[in-house]
Design a protein around this ligand. Structure first.
Ligand SMILES: Nc1ncnc2c1ncn2[C@@H]1O[C@H](COP(=O)(O)OP(=O)(O)OP(=O)(O)O)[C@@H](O)[C@H]1O
Ligand SMILES: [Mg+2]
Length: 329
């Protein structure tokens, strides 16, 4: 078994809003291993980004707060450490690529300045000349052509795909132990998306990082992850290694997500239209049902599911599901 580098246990994140308190993340548990990727998937609002922001201690407080659980990294519980120590962890040990790359780059500084700034903060032993060289190396590493030229350009001079590569370069500049990638390719077109994912896989092999890949797209998970956690209404409803999940999904929600991946039709050579979508609406976090959160959309629901809440429990090996009527093999 590979080395565990991050242990998230029973994480709870709450927000106070005008309409009352919501629990955006409700008892989430997962581990990140060295050199391995875990995918976190789920529909919009399921708590993927909030989970990541909690690990980074970037939940805006108020209105939000980590209300429970532990996030152990190198033997320390991140929610307990001092903010200045957390700043050293952030970027240096755990880096994050944010969902919206345009807003994370500063428009008034060149791409080179922004990478150098990160290096200056986190790799204090480098001389200014070494920093410049390393910046160009990083741009080359993420597959940016003519890095010696690009380093002098401003974010608006780059395409979306190139900007996202710059974000990855910044995140990787400090050789983090863990990279959290929040929808790193959603805004990009399909060919660029494939290139970026391939690049992340390659860098992971070379640098041995653990990756948390956040996406609503199970296709991305299939291509990049070793294991996967499926989230619904702030909870993990199924977790397994990727092959197992795709072969033997146990939760009706996971199966629904899988059936909504556009598959490739081998006879026509074209992409199939979306096969199905999951009927019904995600319940509001202000008004969650008494039983299973997926009850109102579930094809396998029984009376028990309306009355009581299932818990995530093992099915076989490390495969876990939170369902009273899991799908049979
Ligand atoms: N600052 C905030 N104040 C109040 N509620 C918030 C705040 N940030 C997030 N939430 C709520 O927390 C819940 C989870 O949001 P989150 O951003 O984690 O979803 P997500 O799974 O990342 O969705 P998406 O796929 O759209 O990115 C949502 O209901 C969201 O409205
Ligand atoms: Mg998100």
């Amino acid at each position: 078994m590979s080395q565990k580098i991050l242990e998230v246990k029973d994480l709870v994140v709450e927000f106070n809003t005008d309409r009352g308190k919501i629990t955006a993340v409700n008892g989430v548990t997962f581990d990140v291993h060295k050199g391995r990727s875990i995918g976190i998937v789920g529909e919009s609002g399921s708590g993927k980004s909030v989970s990541a922001l909690a690990i980074m201690r970037l939940i805006p407080n108020p209105p939000g707060r980590i209300a429970g659980g532990t996030i152990k990294f190198n033997g320390e519980n991140l929610p307990d450490i001092q903010m200045d120590e957390m700043r050293r962890v952030r970027g240096n040990k755990i880096a994050m690529i944010f969902q919206e790359p345009m807003t994370s780059l500063n428009p008034v500084f060149t791409v080179g300045n922004q990478i150098e700034e990160v290096l200056e903060l986190h790799q204090t032993e480098l001389s200014p000349k070494e920093r410049k060289e390393k910046t160009i190396d990083m741009l080359r590493l993420v597959g940016i052509p003519s890095p010696e030229q690009r380093v002098k350009e401003y974010p608006h001079q780059l395409s979306g795909g190139m900007r996202q590569r710059v974000m990855i370069a910044i995140a990787l500049s400090c050789e983090p132990d863990i990279l959290i990638a929040d929808e790193p390719t959603t805004a990009l077109d399909v060919t660029i998306q494939a290139q970026i994912l391939e690049l992340m896989n390659k860098l992971q092999r070379e640098l041995g990082m653990g990756i948390i890949m956040i996406t609503h797209d199970l296709g991305v998970v299939a291509e990049t992850c070793d294991e996967v956690a499926v989230m619904y209404c702030g909870q993990i409803v199924e977790r397994a290694d990727v092959d197992t999940l795709f072969k033997y999904p146990k939760h009706p929600y996971t199966k629904g997500l899988m059936e909504s991946i556009p598959a490739f039709d081998s006879t026509s050579g074209k992409k199939k239209e979306k096969l199905t979508t999951i009927e019904g609406m995600v319940p509001s976090l202000f008004d969650l049902p008494a039983g299973c959160n997926f009850y109102n959309r579930c094809v396998s629901a029984s009376d028990r599911c309306r009355e009581s809440e299932p818990k995530l429990s093992p099915v076989e090996g490390s495969h876990e599901v939170s369902c009273f009527n899991p799908l049979s093999l």
